[in-house]
Design a protein around this ligand. Structure first.
Ligand code: S3P
Length: 453
């Protein structure tokens, strides 16, 4: 599928976004570890979460959907099946890294593999700490997938760990914490900045003893042994995904005359850095109402067309908006003045090298951008020429961001291979259309196609 985005009139309306991707992944894994049936309401149903569900099925769980809710039944952490074949994590690093933690806690033998893209992503960052905990795990050369975890004798615990991570990564932290549920002494994780803390919040809400503090500019998480107490089925509602909401927020900010309301969006502060940065750049975004669900802050957000000025992002803020740089770059392209991103070299290790690909794709659309090792600078003048075919490079967030660019570019933007957006937000084209955007879905090979919806 290709998406053709024509310069659009104002976007207006009220929407809900799909369930949070990170929290859905965790909820599926927590349901897998619990014995019995769990109910996960408003989950994200998309490419990456289907990947996780297929993997947990191979480990002995079964599931069905009813009215958009997910019901998952598991034999429990200590009765999981060693899968006969490798668990296929496809293109999902969250699936591979978090699942490696659960398989390690379960003490079963399993191999984890994925797409060529996933095989290029760094896995040493989980292999090394898991080994130190006593997990027998092997990676391919270079510390990459496939991973092979060997089972332990029943009743044999893992060791506690004091781990100083060189990167702030919620996937690394969560992998260690999940494996740590089978450890016989405390797990201490030090991160250079606080990465998203959904795993800690979910563990805490299930009664597991886990503390988070700041020490000498670092984030410190301590998990006490005996965490198995949490192994009871879940019944929770997943908040809307702030990362999915970001595409709609920026679409409203850059399209003249727009005003959009997004309901029930997750507002965990370790995720909402984009909103704060855009507000600093002059964005008209407000949280209308905020409450708590399943240990996570949730709220309604309103965003309206705004004249943005250039801004800058570095340090802890990078971590709080780590998935939002593709869409942030679009907002920055329409701002007046330079926007600088530093300390963001992790972006090179995502679904694509997001620094290189973003810079290449933005220049192709006539935007003045300069690449650095740890970030980029966009020289905005309030106008984006557009008019080129955009290539998402197999990256769902790049596909949606380049589509948003087309909403206020001077010429239409055609996003090729746009089907990839279904990895995290399958309804995205229809949502844009419902808000009033001029979006066409076309077959990949030629330009004959119909209007979406
Ligand atoms: C995620 C953590 C982040 C993020 C990814 C989801 C998670 O990755 O980019 O989309 O669910 O824990 P890192 O931990 O590699 O920063």
């Amino acid at each position: 599928m290709q998406l053709k985005i024509n310069p659009s009139r104002s976007l207006k309306g009220e929407i809900t976004v799909p369930g949070d991707k990170s929290i859905t992944h965790r909820a599926i894994l927590f349901a897998l570890m619990a014995k019995g049936q769990s109910c996960i309401r408003h989950p994200l149903i998309s490419g990456v979460t289907s990947t996780m569900l297929s993997a947990v099925e191979m480990l002995g769980a079964s599931y069905f959907f009813e009215g958009g809710d997910l019901f998952l039944t598991s034999p429990g952490l200590f009765e999981l099946n060693p899968p006969g074949e490798p668990l296929d994590c496809k293109n999902s690093a969250t699936t591979m890294r978090l699942l490696a933690g659960v398989v390690s806690a379960a003490g079963i033998t399993a191999a984890l593999d994925g797409s060529d893209g996933l095989r290029r992503r760094p896995m040493n960052r989980i292999v090394e700490p898991l080994k130190r905990m006593g997990v027998q795990i092997d990676a391919a050369e270079g510390g990459q997938a496939p991973l092979k975890i060997s089972g332990r004798s029943p009743g044999q615990n893992l060791k506690g760990l004091h781990f100083e991570s060189s990167v702030a990564s919620a996937q690394v932290k969560s992998c260690i914490l999940l494996a740590g549920l089978a450890a016989d002494s405390p797990i201490v994780i030090v991160e250079p900045a606080l990465s998203r803390d959904h795993t800690e919040r979910m563990l805490r809400s299930l009664g597991v003893q886990i503390e988070t503090t700041w020490k000498r500019g670092c984030s410190l998480v301590v998990l006490q042994p005996g965490g198995n107490a949490f192994l009871r089925p879940l019944d929770l509602t997943i908040p809307g995904d702030f990362s999915a909401a970001s595409f709609i927020l920026v679409a409203a900010l850059i399209t003249p005359g727009s005003e959009v309301i997004l309901r029930r969006v997750g507002l965990n502060p370790s995720r909402t850095g984009l909103m704060v940065t855009l507000q600093e750049m002059g964005a008209d975004i407000q949280v209308l109402d905020q409450w708590e669900e399943a240990g996570e802050p949730v709220g309604d957000i309103r965003a309206a067309y705004s004249k943005l000025r250039g801004g800058s992002v570095s340090g802890q803020r990078v971590v709080e908006m780590i998935d939002e740089f593709p869409i942030f770059a679009i907002a920055a392209s329409f701002a007046q003045g330079a926007t600088e991103v530093r300390d963001a070299s992790e972006l090179r290790l995502k679904e694509s090298d997001r620094i290189r690909m973003l810079c290449a794709e933005l220049s192709r659309q006539g935007i003045n951008v300069s690449e650095r090792t740890d970030g980029f600078t966009i020289f905005g003048n309030g106008i984006a020429p557009g008019g080129a075919v955009a290539e998402p490079h197999g990256d769902h967030r790049l596909a949606m961001s380049l589509a948003v660019l087309g909403l206020n570019a001077q010429q239409p933007v055609l996003v090729s291979r746009a089907h990839i957006l279904a990895e995290s937000y399958p309804e995205f084209p229809e949502v844009l259309l419902a808000l009033g955007a001029d979006v066409l879905s076309l077959p990949e090979e030629n330009s004959i196609g119909g209007q979406l919806g």
